[in-house]
Design a protein around this ligand. Sequence first.
Ligand SMILES: *Cc1c(COP(=O)(O)O)cnc(C)c1O
Length: 415
Amino acid sequence: MRDFERYNTLLVQSVGSKTGPIAPTIIPSAAFGYSNAEEAEAIFCGEAPLPLYARVGNPTNAKLESVVAVMEGGAGAIATSSGMGALAMVLTAFLKQGDEVLCIGGFFGGTYTLVSETMQRFGVRGRFCTVDDFEGIEVALRSGVQMVLCESVGNPSLELADLEKIGELCTKYETLFVVDNTITPLIVRPFEHGADIVIYSSTKILCGHSAALGGIAVFRAVGEEKEKLRQSRYKALHPILEKMKEKAMIGICKKRAMRDIGMTANAFGSFLTMLGLETLALRVERVNKSVGIFVAELASALPDGYTLRHPSLPDHEHHKRYKSLYPDGCGSIVTLDCDSKEAAFALLNRLQLVTQTANIGDNRTLALHMRSTIYRDFDEETRSSLGVTEGLIRISIGLEDPLGLVEDFLQAMAK
Ligand SMILES: *Cc1c(COP(=O)(O)O)cnc(C)c1O
């Protein structure tokens, strides 16, 4: 079991302050005054740790960044305007024209098009392979790709990546390993498996309340020796490594992406994200427990014509991996294949407790028909490689009574 109790203590204590205002302070200023010309120079050359200008840092964002860095066990973090902002920041900061990124597994739609369309337009090539294609992964690593990108749990494919094994390969070939851990905060610890950067869309379960769009990238410390970033394929980054040492990845992101593109979080959004973070461990524990109950109960009463898919079910291809590597669950998502679009629409429209929306990780249970919404612009081949079938509904379990949810789905199926 992951230590949810320890995280409860850590998160409430680090978000709150013991003196002065207890809740995090919102500092909405876009600019910050410098006390004299010398201080201005010191701030700009990185010697004085004071705010420079809100596009590259704000005290409310800094508080959120320090909480998430401690939670994740990283050396530092950068809060961004959205989860896509965090991904775009990391890709544009670390890669350049002619570089390649290996994408392992099925991806969130925005991440898929960021790599396959947008980055491609600027000369960064994306390669794609399935989570279990270890031979293909090794071939790509040997050929010198600059970055490996992987989601802890495929959304909505529900494939589970063997992060341990992929991390070992990235260490062996000294290649940057980036994990999008949006769906599994606290229950998957990517830095323990050799990840270099962990990315979150904080819009999802980090917040839980759907009141703030945001993202965050967390970085491990950069070392002196045996540091993969010192490899010649990362030569363009070396001047920043020399200057910023342990926190060099933050410098790389700020100086090569955030300063020039501006995917910065705003203070009010960061404040709302911290309100969510305080109760993250409670909610993660509860949701993962509820998913187990929901899946087991619904599977045992499922009428013909529906297929429930979740790694906790013995017929899932990664059931064994689920049992060994995901002891606390794999997040809020469950999928239900209703066989046809008509049956999926009918079911969705009869549900009483469920909100239909394009989000996950909310305190409320959410559901959406995949093919007619998020994946409507994808070609058939891509859709099927991402596991999106005609009748597929993605469900994100919330904090409601799980047995009440089962009852709701069964009544919607019975009509
Ligand atoms: C939602 C999501 C994103 C994008 O985050 P936004 O905050 O919506 O920009 C990226 N990755 C995963 C896994 C997501 O679920």
